[in-house]
Ligand binder design. Sequence first.
Ligand SMILES: [Zn+2]
Length: 288
Amino acid sequence: MQTLREVLEDAERRHIAVGHFNFSDLAALKAIVEAAREARVPVLVGVSEGERAFLGTRQAAALVASLRNENGFPIFLNADHTHSLAKAEEAAKAGFDEIIFDASFLPWEENVAETRRAVEAIKSINPSILVEGEIGYIGTSSEILDKTPEGMGALTTPEEARQFVEATRVDVLAPAVGNMHGMLKTMVEGVAEKRLDIPRIAAIKAAARVFMTLHGGSGTNDGDFTRAIKAGITIVHINTELRLAWRRGLESALARDPDAVAPYKILPGAVEAVKQVVRSRIDLFNSQ
Ligand SMILES: [Zn+2]
């Protein structure tokens, strides 16, 4: 079976992107896996520190390993937004394929130094784990927001990206290019969309020469997704849209049968709703 690096190299060559979808429970994971299996594409699943605290770091890894071992299904696990070396090492030892070490909340010099240290520590546990670093601020929570988070706006420059990658030796870079974690209420209502700086993505890719991830993809203009992938984005993160679908799917399942108490009869409503979102995103990311 292909490694995550090989899957990303292949996607880069073909100008498509690998979808990265977060999960907090088995219903969401089941939905992601079913959608990716039906579309016959590799998939990245992610758990943030909060999601890991709920699921268990080793338990999340065991779940994903069991799915991968079933007919060699190409599913890879990412430790999303890891803010401490201890949590990064825990994920590395648990068998994660990728770790996002996110010290972007620190001043530049410290972000570089901490990320560099994390790359060394993670690779000393397992050199095949891909490490992703973050520059720029794009908000932190994958939730429905009333307004744009404080401090957003400064976009990554190609020169910053080049320097950061050179100094830290990360395998993957997450730049700020107009993307944002979470969705504004106006985006949920469908009256607003996130727009990306496509020429900047192309310039950063040329300068940094590593895989690039688009975080905070939920609520982005479809055409911008396609153009961003052509310009050099190889991984796209979707979380808030899935959380929204999970909740709505659950609510309508409960409304359909107010007396239902068997979780395995209620939760398929959430699975189906999440699966539809994952499938539509996968289809978009894989169209050339
Ligand atoms: Zn993110």
